[in-house]
Design a protein around this ligand. Structure first.
Ligand code: BGC
Length: 458
């Protein structure tokens, strides 16, 4: 087993030098995405024009369709960076992720209607009120104004037909009309953009936001003059606009820069979107458990593990949750009792102590690689924007960031490996709820901007 571990160590370890090479290639992709439409990393202009003042106020609805859950929220912005939120959460089924696109949005409309009805009953929403709504749709959408977005492609294992290439806001409005929902969609946003805005609302040193959850992505604020593909709009080049990088797509199709192992290639080729989201597939919560499971299955086939035991349960694709990796890494007992539990309870196999230690070491390799690759993405934005000397805060959210032990420390370690001691100037922290609060703030900013007649048609 020691030999095997050495082999996996060399497969999954990223040297600082390799990381720096990735950062350089990443920066080029970011620039290319800003320069021309239709690039691998799409660098989506969000039409969120500048930072919030912190004084935004009022009641807003937010609907957040994420990779795992649908949330509907009522957000009261109180100004001074303060807010209150009430919400309902619904777990999405695998069937819903694959059913007709309009049906999926109808489900969002129906849940919102139920939420509003009960808020009217409890008196938190007035009977005849039509509240402004921010729609957080965390999939790559091409926007030509703030309340429009054509879904470029599904990510995170979604495959619902009849929605790619269409305006999801328009479709969502149809769902709202179908259920007579008293809400006015004023802005479409993505979880990263929402996180950027919500984090800045409470911590103005925040310059970048990242999500490390079922999917992964980042957003930051760019000078409009540095977005050549928007030149035709004639906006003030000195103004600013948030960019939703959709960096999960980095190195898609050509696979020239990222260190993919054969396990990563299997995941890619058996996914609903082969070739796409190359960066995300090495990092995000949807895939890390599956990477470990594929390694284990290979070792079972080689006759190295679980001899004489029935292993059918672990052979089921995606049966090994990424949460198991976090639990394995954080097992505090000498006997690794948590790992015993995971394998016997969920997969009906017995493990030896040596196997458990081996699995834990593997989990560390997979988790550490994900975190170090994440540092490469952050470093690319930091270096492109020249944030290293002064330093900046990076608001981060998502299950991996929040629940995976040591993920943030490893990201910071990665930043030091890339930048040396100055890497300490870049600090990630757990961000405010971008898909709820952020979406509401974006809705508030948009309402204000349009009421003031500033670029009212975008
Ligand atoms: C999506 C992004 C999203 C990220 C995190 C990715 O799969 O394409 O829009 O921000 O997941 O949720």
């Amino acid at each position: 087993m020691a030999d095997h571990l050495r082999k996996f160590e060399s497969l999954f370890t990223l040297t600082p030098q390799r990381m720096r090479m990735i950062v350089e290639a990443f920066k080029e992709s970011l620039e290319l995405g800003l320069a021309k439409p239709g690039q691998v990393v799409p660098m989506i202009p969000t039409f969120v024009l500048g930072w919030p003042t912190g004084q935004e106020s009022g009641n807003y609805l937010a609907v957040d369709l994420g990779g795992t859950n649908l949330r509907v929220c009522l957000v009261s912005l109180e100004g001074g960076g303060k807010f209150e939120i009430t919400q309902s959460k619904y777990r999405l089924t695998e069937e819903q992720k694959a059913e007709d696109g309009q049906a999926l949005l109808d489900f969002c409309g129906e849940c919102l209607k139920t939420f509003i009805d009960s808020s009217i009953e409890s008196g938190t929403i007035g009977k005849d009120e039509i509240l402004p709504l921010g729609f957080t749709f965390s999939y790559p959408c091409l926007q030509n104004k703030i309340d429009h977005g054509e879904l470029i492609r599904w990510t995170k294992g979604f495959s619902a037909p009849n929605i790619e290439g269409r305006d999801v806001v328009d479709m969502f409005r149809q769902s709202l009309a179908k259920y007579s929902v008293p809400a006015e969609v004023v802005a479409l946003t993505c979880d990263t953009t929402g996180t950027l805005i919500a984090s800045h609302y409470v911590n103005s040193n925040t310059k970048i936001a990242c999500i490390f959850g079922t999917g992964c992505n980042a957003a930051y604020m760019e000078k409009i003059g540095n977005i050549p593909k928007l030149a035709h709009l004639g906006l003030d080049p000195k103004g600013e606009m948030a960019i939703n990088c959709e960096w999960g797509a980095f190195d898609s199709f050509e696979h020239e820069h990222l260190p993919r192992t054969k396990y990563d290639i299997v995941i890619d080729e058996t996914s609903p979107k082969p070739g796409e989201q190359a960066f995300e597939k090495l990092i995000s919560g949807r895939y890390l458990g599956e990477i470990l499971r594929l390694i284990i299955c290979e070792l079972i086939d080689e006759g190295l593990l679980f001899l004489g035991q029935n292993t059918y349960k672990i052979e089921i694709p995606y049966s090994f949750d990424t949460a198991f990796l976090s639990l394995m890494e954080s097992d505090p007992t000498d006997e690794l009792l948590m790992i015993i539990g995971i394998f016997s309870y969920f997969f009906a196999v017995e493990t030896t102590l040596a196997e458990r230690q081996f699995f834990r070491a593997l989990a560390k390799l997979v988790g550490r690689r994900a975190a170090r690759l994440s540092s490469c993405g952050i470093a690319a934005i930091v270096s492109k924007m020249g944030y290293l000397e002064k330093g900046c805060s990076v608001g981060a959210d998502g299950s991996l960031y929040n629940k995976y032990p040591g993920f943030a420390d490893r990201v910071h370690e990665g930043l030091r490996d890339i930048f040396g001691e100055k890497g300490r100037n870049i600090v990630t922290y757990h961000a405010e709820d971008g898909s709820g609060i952020g979406s509401a703030i974006v809705a508030a900013m948009t309402k204000q901007r349009k009421a003031a007649g500033i670029y009212a048609d975008i």
